[in-house]
Design a protein around this ligand. Sequence first.
Ligand code: ATP
Length: 337
Amino acid sequence: MIEIKHLSKTFQMKDGAVNALKDINLTIPDGSIYGIIGMSGAGKSTLVRCINLLERPTEGSVVIDGTAMETLNAAQLRERRRDITMIFQQFNLLMQRSCLKNICFPMELAGVKKADAEKRARELLEVVGLPDKANAYPAQLSGGQKQRIAIARALATDPKVLLCDEATSALDPNTTHAILTLIKDINKKLGITVVVITHQMSVVEEICDHVAILDGGVVVEEGSVQEIFSNPKTPAAKRLVAPNGGSAARDLSSFAPDDHVVRVTFNGSSTAKPLVASLAAEKGILVSVLSADTRDLSGQCYGSMLLKLPTDVEQAKQAAAYMRAQPGITVEEVTGE
Ligand SMILES: Nc1ncnc2c1ncn2[C@@H]1O[C@H](COP(=O)(O)OP(=O)(O)OP(=O)(O)O)[C@@H](O)[C@H]1O
């Protein structure tokens, strides 16, 4: 378990002090995939660097499995960092070494025999899906492949914690998905606790179970991803979870003043029963989706849609009544707003 207690970090600059982190308190459970999300400058990188003491906190403590990291001397810290490894946005591979030798590197530092290190490195190449890249050099790899090698290197010392600092931010959406799937797999199979630093809510949505929202060096919200998504309370959380204000935008050009339009808000309704399709299938009533800002979170839908109901008054009433009867859905009139 990682416990961050009253952690603050101040950088002293020529023109004054920068309070990058202020009184951070977080508990990261063993085996979780924990997201730390915030806009640029929120303090994410500083926080992750404080977790493994690459950055020394100005105040407070980082306690990992009962050991306060800031109390360790340099040699103890070096040893402890084998348990808490890190991957980065820019991969940080050694360009003059082959992939195999990159993966061997932390084992060399730990004094593992060369033959044992190479055997383990080959196993790790299998784990990350690149068994044929042992002799390739980083420059010959795509971004996604480089991150796979970086992950293999991070796993070489059998860590308990993997810190991912914007690990998919330089990758395209498909590659991002593949790397996140690999990280999730590693978390499940090896039981490694993963801390994911990101500015992208989609990353948190895809793999994290818990999330802390960092804004201006302060944790403004923290909880299960589901809790935060379904009910973001602070402006920072609302900005990240629902950039359009959580509400489908009303595009005035898309409907006439006498159209019958409703805003349907989803607050955890099941995505297994798509509303518009089931209204058509069960009642034979067709409605048009004018705009939608919804997201699927573990099979539950959040956000809202603007729907144009049929011009037939009776059908429109039936459609509204049908939707109101569904759990987790509210319906309000928009026409004439
Ligand atoms: N070494 C440093 N010296 C001085 N100020 C720093 C240092 N590192 C970070 N800061 C400042 O601390 C604040 C938080 O920076 P940090 O890099 O942790 O944010 P971030 O959320 O990771 O942002 P980004 O996503 O843009 O990397 C910023 O105001 C930054 O300028």
